[in-house]
Design a protein around this ligand. Structure first.
Ligand code: IPM
Ligand code: MG
Length: 359
C-alpha cells in the first residue's frame, strides 16, 4: 500500500450515527482540501443498520475494510428494534466484535473543562474548573468478553457473566496508561474493586508491578465506588485513570457531567498496531435521530484525536480543538447544551472558525 495514502473507513452505525459521522467527515474533507493529507474514505454498515441489511451486526466486508484502513471513524450503535430479550443478534455486538478483532485494548477518553464550559456542568463551577482527566479504559477483556450463560433450575431463571483478566491484558493497558501519565501531570489512579473481586486484586498486583518501570509516576489505587464519588467532588485532583472495561464504561459516562454533556466527549481506541478507531463516547440516541439535533462536537473532537494520533497532523488537531472551543464560546451549540443550533449549523461555524484559525 502507498504509505502516503490515508484511508478512512466511516462506520455511521445507528440513530444519530450517520449525522455525526457526516459532520466528522466534513471536517476531515475541509482539512484535506487545505493541507493535502491525501485522504480517501469508504462507508460501511455496522450495528442495527448492518443487521437490517445483512443479518450480522459486523458483516465480513465491514471488518475487512476496517483492517485495511489507516483509521476508523465510528458514529454509534444501538437500535430499539433489536433491544429486547428475544433478540438473537444485537447491534452492540458489532462494536464489541470490531474492538476485539482489531485488538483495540485501550480506550482513551479525555475529559477537560474550559472557562466557557463551566456553565454547562450541573456541578458547581469551583468543582469542575481546571479538570483535565484522561480515562484509560481496558477495552477487549473483562466482563464484556467473559463466558456468559443463562439457564433455569428449580429456583427459577439464572444468568451469569464472568469477569476474567489475565496478567498480560492488565500489563499492556497499564503500561500505556503510565506512559500517557508521563507526558502529562505524572499521576495515575488505578481503579478497581479489590476489596471484593479476585480479578481486581490481580489488577492491583499487576499495576503495582508495572509501576516499577515508571518510578517517576505517582500511582494510587482507588476503589471504584469511591472514585465515582471523587469524580463529582474532586476530579481536579486526578490526572490519568486506568480501569477495567466495565468500570471505565460507567465512570466515563459519569464524567460527562463534568464536561456538561455526553455530546462533547470523544474517544480513541488503540491496539498495538494500526488501525485505531475513533468514536464519541455517547450512544445512538434514537429519539434524536434524523432531526438535526445531534451534537457533532464529540465526533469532531474524535477527529482531532485521529489527526493527532493516526494522521500525523498534530498542528491541525490543535487548530481543530481551537475551532471547537471558539464555536462553543460563541454560544453556537445544539439543544443538549441549551443552544438552538442544528448539527449542520454547528459544523458550518466550526469550519468558519477553522478558516480563521488556519489563516
Ligand atoms: C461505549 C458504549 C458501548 C460500551 C456499548 C454501545 C456497547 O456504551 O462505547 O461506551 O459499552 O462499550
Ligand atoms: Mg458507554
Amino acid at each position: 500500500m502507498d504509505s502516503s495514502r490515508k484511508h478512512i473507513v466511516l462506520l455511521p452505525g445507528d440513530g444519530i450515527g450517520p449525522e455525526i459521522v457526516q459532520a466528522g467527515w466534513q471536517v476531515l474533507q475541509w482539512l484535506d482540501a487545505r493541507f493535502e493529507f491525501g485522504l480517501s474514505s469508504e462507508t460501511h454498515a455496522v450495528g442495527g443498520a448492518a443487521i437490517a441489511e445483512t443479518g450480522s451486526p459486523l458483516p465480513a466486508s465491514t471488518l475487512e475494510a476496517c483492517k485495511g484502513a489507516t483509521a476508523v471513524l465510528l458514529g454509534a450503535v444501538g437500535d430499539p428494534r433489536y433491544d429486547n430479550p428475544q433478540a438473537e443478534v444485537r447491534p452492540e455486538q458489532g462494536l464489541l466484535t470490531l474492538r476485539q478483532e482489531l485488538q483495540l485494548f485501550a480506550n482513551i477518553r479525555p475529559v477537560k473543562t474550559s472557562e466557557g464550559s463551566l456553565r454547562w456542568s450541573p456541578l458547581k463551577p469551583e468543582r469542575v474548573e481546571g479538570v483535565d482527566l484522561l480515562i484509560v479504559r481496558e477495552l477487549t477483556g473483562g466482563i464484556y468478553f467473559g463466558d456468559r450463560a443463562r439457564g433455569s433450575d428449580e429456583s427459577g431463571r439464572w444468568a451469569q457473566d464472568t469477569m476474567r483478566y489475565s496478567e498480560g491484558e492488565i500489563q499492556r493497558v497499564a503500561r500505556l496508561a503510565f506512559s500517557l501519565a508521563r507526558s502529562r501531570r505524572k499521576k495515575l489512579t488505578s481503579v478497581d474493586k479489590a476489596n471484593v473481586l479476585h480479578s481486581s486484586r490481580l489488577w492491583r498486583e499487576v499495576v503495582t508491578e508495572v509501576h516499577k518501570d515508571f518510578a517517576d509516576i505517582t500511582l494510587e489505587h482507588q476503589l471504584v465506588d469511591s472514585c465515582a464519588m471523587r469524580l463529582i467532588d474532586d476530579a481536579q485532583s486526578m490526572d490519568v485513570i486506568v480501569t477495567s472495561n466495565m468500570f471505565g464504561d460507567i465512570l466515563s459516562d459519569e464524567s460527562a457531567a463534568i464536561a456538561g454533556s455526553l455530546g462533547l466527549l470523544p474517544s480513541a481506541s488503540w491496539g498495538s498496531a494500526a488501525p485505531a478507531l475513533y468514536e464519541p463516547i455517547h450512544g445512538s440516541a434514537p429519539a434524536l435521530a434524523g432531526k438535526g439535533l445531534a451534537n457533532p462536537m464529540a465526533t469532531i473532537s474524535s477527529v482531532s484525536l485521529m489527526l493527532r494520533h493516526s494522521l500525523n497532523a498534530a498542528e491541525q488537531a490543535s487548530a481543530l480543538d481551537r475551532a471547537v472551543a471558539l464555536t462553543l464560546d460563541a454560544g453556537v451549540c445544539t439543544p443538549d447544551l441549551g443552544g438552538h443550533s442544528s448539527t449542520q449549523e454547528v459544523v458550518q461555524v466550526v469550519l468558519q472558525q477553522l478558516e480563521e484559525v488556519c489563516a
